[in-house]
Write a protein that binds this ligand. Structure first.
Ligand SMILES: C[S@@+](CC[C@H](N)C(=O)[O-])C[C@H]1O[C@@H](n2cnc3c(N)ncnc32)[C@H](O)[C@@H]1O
Length: 383
């Protein structure tokens, strides 16, 4: 029997929190619903060792599956843990924002560089600097929730976020942004009062309540390397559903440099010389091997594995070869998207992999593919 769909429109708490957290390379929500409801049952466990903004564990939770998640990036961790268990009271979140605002000192409102001067008005800059100093987001649920709202609205189109015109899902290089603002007549940042700006957005997000976990235990997301940080579980996973970092594309720190700075864990300006990508093929393979081996320990032997990967050989070949080594009994299938320009239908209508992506499905030997997986074709891999 097909499961009843959860209402994910803005009329429900689940709908208002599902898309929380702008993040590069995030799973579309309907895609996660499709995979989880077709490949697992209520009461089973779903694990995503590279969970990004947490769509997989969130959808698992609201569809009555236990969930385990992990990510190395604090921005991803704050989004995913907060959408799963936000602080329960909106008034207290707003009160904490007010408290932080009251601690802002005059020096904290002064820009330290040209980027800060053009990106944020002085009130906003003061609030961010006070948040960097005050928020104990690693251990306090309330502070983690405040940090999540700061990250959600830190940068966006002019008027939609706390910043001058910037992209929402990723932060670009400071020099590029400065040039763009100067060339486009945006060399004064918008004047925004952070308490009223954030309070109205907190009130909207909480207006329908907070998401209800339809499982006995609210999922926890681990912050750290999957190879070391995945929690021990008495309910091993039946479905592994994930998208590993892409080799030679980004390590997700550069895209998030501005948000990492706002959390107090990144420098004032990004260090573009430092390691921004998984450039070394051997190290990438080792990281993947160790992470997948650790994930396997948290899953039942006959778990289904569903992996969305970059289609380029550096990532895809490494993923498929590590999988063949670690799960030799599973049968491998793939569903690729042809390289083509995205159409409106491809963007908004269907949830197939997009150009540049491939979906890999690993079925345990004793299980037959259900209707959902029949579109996949058999994959042959050399280890
Ligand atoms: C393709 S993204 C996943 C996006 C996710 N599916 C979503 O919906 O947001 C890959 C993620 O792997 C994380 N990552 C990279 N190396 C990691 C590691 N060793 N352990 C855990 N997470 C890691 C990155 O921070 C990034 O968030």
């Amino acid at each position: 029997m097909r499961p009843k769909r959860v209402d994910l429109t803005f009329n429900t708490a689940e709908g208002r929190w599902a898309r929380f957290g702008p993040y590069y390379a995030m799973f579309p929500v309907p895609f996660a619903e499709q995979v989880i409801t077709n490949l697992s049952r209520g009461g089973e466990t779903v694990i995503d060792p590279f969970c990004g903004r947490g769509t997989a564990p969130f959808i698992a939770m609201i569809y009555g599956r236990n969930a385990i998640g992990c990510d190395i990036n604090p921005v991803a961790w704050i989004y995913s843990q907060t959408k799963i268990s936000p602080h329960p009271c909106a008034t207290e979140v707003i009160e904490r924002i007010r408290e932080i605002k009251e601690t802002v000192s005059a020096p904290e409102t002064e820009p330290k560089n040209e980027f800060q001067q053009l990106a944020f008005c002085q009130q906003v800059l003061g609030f961010i600097n006070a948040s960097r100093r005050e928020l104990d987001w690693r251990t306090s649920e309330l502070d983690r929730t405040v940090a999540a709202f700061l990250l959600q609205y830190l940068h966006d189109k002019r008027g939609a976020g706390l910043s001058n015109q910037l992209r929402h899902s990723r932060a670009l290089a400071p020099k590029y942004s400065i040039r763009w603002w100067r060339n486009n007549g945006h060399d004064i940042p918008p004047e925004i009062e952070p308490l009223s700006f954030l309070s109205s957005r907190v009130a909207w997000r909480y207006a329908k309540g907070v998401p209800k976990p339809r499982v006995p235990k609210t999922p926890t997301i681990a912050l750290g390397k999957a190879a070391e940080s995945l929690p021990r579980t008495d309910k091993p996973a039946n479905l592994v559903f994930t998208s590993p970092p892409y080799s030679n594309v980004t390590n997700y720190r550069s895209d998030n440099w501005l948000r990492l700075w706002a959390l107090g864990v990144g420098p004032d300006l990004p260090d573009w010389e430092s390691e921004q990508k998984f450039t070394n093929a051997d190290e990438y393979r080792r990281m993947l091997h160790e992470s997948i081996a650790a994930t396997k320990k948290c899953a039942v032997d006959n778990a289904i594995w569903y992996i969305r990967s970059d289609v380029r050989p550096r990532t895809k070949d490494t993923v498929t070869s590590v999988m063949a080594q670690l799960l030799p009994q599973h049968r491998a299938y793939e569903l690729s998207a042809p390289y083509r320009r995205q159409t409106q239908t491809a963007l908004y209508g269907d949830h197939e992999p997009k150009p540049g992506e491939v979906d890999l499905l690993y079925m345990p030997p004793n299980r037959r593919r259900r209707e959902f997986a029949k579109r996949f074709s058999r994959l042959t891999v050399s280890v």
